[in-house]
Design a protein around this ligand. Sequence first.
Ligand code: ADP
Ligand code: GN1
Ligand code: MG
Length: 368
Amino acid sequence: MENLTDVINQFNFKGNYVSCKLFGSGHINTTYLVKYDDNGIEYKYVFQKVNSNVFKNVEHLMENIFSVTSYLRKKIAEYGGNENRETLHYIKTKDGEKFYKAKDGSFYRAYIFVEDSVSFDSVENAEMFGESGVAFGRFQKLLADFPANTLYETIPDFHNTEKRFNTEFIPAVEKDICGRKNSCISEINFIKNRKDYCSEFVNLIKTGKVPLRVTHNDTKLNNVMFDSKTNKAICVIDLDTVMPGLALYDFGDSIRFGASTGAEDESDLQKIKINLDYFKAYTEGFLQQAGKSLNKCEIDNLAFSAILMTFEVGMRFLTDYLNGDVYFKTAYPEHNLVRAKNQLKLVADMEEHLSEMQQIVKDIAYKQ
Ligand code: ADP
Ligand code: GN1
Ligand code: MG
């Protein structure tokens, strides 16, 4: 394996290498904070090893990111924003490439660290969550005219819940290659009993009721950087899954992660409920930005999207548990099972509160 500092040295960073430390809490890539020094001035970079087990075509992924961020820079400059702060700025290698392929076949890329910024792994108050809604709503709005068909699908069928059920979840249950099935019979049944959920959005696409848009597809709170002084959301990060998708995916995934009363891997299920105040705050922020571009069918499905996106990730965690933890990073053997139970508990709680969630959406969307 190539030495990490040798790989870092392939990039066009300013000055001399100072340090490299592990950083961030994502489940997929490995992230480092790299520091350089140029005559006493410190430069910080985010340096990542891309998970090429998850992302099969890193070239396509980086093409997507460069075209989307270049487009965003233009849009941000047009409205007088700060294009160096409000979107990611990727650094090419000394050879002018968008990423570096190491001798062992692994892929690395780098971008500028957004100064005076911070990300959060859990929501601290409704205002913060509302701000993340503004950030993802704005992201969607700014990319509304971007030609979605020029983007590669970095993970085909990423939010095709039906396909995930039929071709990933059911085979994992049937094969049971780790002999873990008996430890999660009630979770398996919970998912099987909701098989109908899986085709809801697939059918909305098939019948043309909702349009494909450029979406982020992984709208966790920690994929938004906040200004550490003003607490305002600055920019959306983690652009690996930007591709054609539904506004519903982005809305629902944010709620799943941020409007839960506990962390995604909290094992005490009593602590897992939907926080309707947070739900309301996010809905206000998101619709304030993206509301005008959504059609009635999208708006009417926002509340359910939170259930479906939570159900989908719960099913993915359980699938990975059954497959022996080959996809998501885990910290202990039952980690994926704990995450799955947690997400399915949140589904159950949201089912009980669906009509309240729908009313909140209506009150906000139709008063605008
Ligand atoms: P992953 O795919 O592992 O989730 P991310 O791209 O989301 O990787 O990065 C992981 C974490 O690193 C983020 O949650 C954030 O805290 C931090 N981070 C990422 N990009 C930046 C940036 N440009 N500036 C400052 N911090 C960043
Ligand atoms: C992964 O990379 P990260 O941690 O932001 C996953 C998402 C899941 C999320 C669950 C490419 O996101 O789909 O919703 O974990 N990303 C990928 O926390 O699979
Ligand atoms: Mg992330």
